[in-house]
Design a protein around this ligand. Structure first.
Ligand code: GTQ
Length: 378
């Protein structure tokens, strides 16, 4: 073979041979590792996702405008405006809706009287109710009523549809592992034969079964899914109030994770989620971890310093902390701040990639501020 490749080219210089070799290698869909190793195997994570923040006012206006333009009944399945990380949006085709490398997120709107059709897919979904009440989602035969601050899961493979019986717009944050499943090349999606699936279980059945106190209904012993469909804000706040009498976590303040009550694993399976409470003037220590995180400000105002850049936030804003980015949070308001967030820590843990470290000093030096969609250096 070797003699065949250089046959007739005995006069080629080394450089010419190299260039010719690279051309032939490329057209044979092969690659030289000695040229790419440092690019692919970087010393530290180099996520293409970047830190970014979306102001609630502009997202809300776009979402409400979509209410005049499209309906979930016809065509589109779900009326959602999703976030596109500027560092990922040009990565066709899956970069269209990635906020982190594994997670998609958007704001869904359901208007009074509307219904969104029943479907199932192998992506996991979680929802966090931002505004409104009176709508329910049906997950595998169970009707679950949603109110502000509630956290819900729609595990992979379960039928789900949404119905609004109330009289004010309902808005919630959806987070799904769409980019992860897409990149794994295993996406499945199916429509239910009926517009809405039949309700076969008592309302809020899964929550009624979980009284806490370390007790597990016997039929959930080998449940493939996290069995609790909804986590009410009333309970989340109660847990955080009780935690507030104890010492805070230096990096997250007073924080609880939404977990499967039968196993302690993330309720969202591949999607981790937590609610953290920061009292006024609370300033967390800076750290970084390999998992990416999406933050939604449920209440309060403050700022987060991400890789030295200050992002100021207030209620409704969404911001993203990419993999391995230094970050710390500060409550600059007069009331408790509640930060809801989702992350891909469960994926990192399952793959044994999880890793974190504290910033050498307590806080970062602020070298810039994010304002009007760009960073101004100071
Ligand atoms: O509510 O079922 O934001 O299937 C994206 C895909 C929401 C949903 C999204 C979905 C849903």
């Amino acid at each position: 073979m070797a003699s065949c490749q250089v046959k007739g080219d005995l006069m080629m210089t080394h450089e010419e041979h190299m260039a010719d070799y690279y051309r032939r290698l490329e057209s044979s869909h092969l690659g030289p590792l000695w040229d790419s190793l440092q690019t692919i195997m970087t010393k530290q994570p180099k996520p293409r996702a970047i830190p970014y923040l979306w102001d609630w006012k502009s997202v809300y206006d776009f979402v409400m405008e979509s209410g005049q333009l499209v309906t979930p009944e016809r065509g589109g399945e779900r009326r959602v405006v999703f976030f596109r990380n500027p560092g990922l949006e040009n990565l066709e085709p899956w970069g269209w809706g990635s906020l982190t490398h594994t997670l998609y997120a958007g704001i869904q709107l359901l208007l009074p009287g509307e219904k969104a059709p029943s479907h199932r897919h192998n992506q996991n979904a979680i929802r966090f109710i931002v505004q409104g009440s009176g709508a329910y989602t049906v997950v595998e035969g169970e009707r679950v009523y949603m109110e502000e601050g509630d956290f819900l899961i729609t595990p992979s493979g379960l039928w789900h549809d949404h119905v609004h019986e109330g009289d004010e717009p309902m808005l919630w944050l959806d987070c799904l592992d769409i980019p992860l499943v897409y990149e794994l090349g295993v996406t499945f999606f199916e429509n239910h034969p009926e517009f809405n699936q039949p309700v076969t279980l008592p309302d809020n059945y899964s929550t009624e079964r979980f009284v806490g106190a370390g007790l597990r209904p016997i039929q959930d012993r080998n449940n493939r899914y996290a069995p609790q469909a909804i986590y009410k804000f009333k309970e989340t706040r109660r847990a955080l109030d009780r935690l507030s009498n104890l010492s805070p976590d230096p990096f997250d303040g007073y924080a609880v994770e939404y977990v499967n009550p039968t196993t302690g694993a993330a309720a969202g399976h591949t999607i981790g989620a937590m609610m953290q409470k920061l009292p006024p003037r609370f300033h967390t220590d800076a750290h970084r971890h390999v998992h990416g995180a999406i933050y939604h400000v449920f209440k309060g105002e403050g700022s987060s310093v991400i890789n030295g850049v200050q992002f100021n936030w207030k209620q409704g804003d969404t911001f993203v902390i990419p993999n391995w980015a230094w970050h710390e949070h500060i409550n600059t308001g007069h009331d408790d701040a509640y930060l809801f967030s989702t992350n891909d820590l469960p994926v990192m843990e399952a793959l044994h990639l999880d890793k974190s470290e504290a910033y050498p000093e307590q806080h970062q030096a602020v070298v810039g501020t994010f304002k009007d969609d760009r960073i101004t250096t100071s």
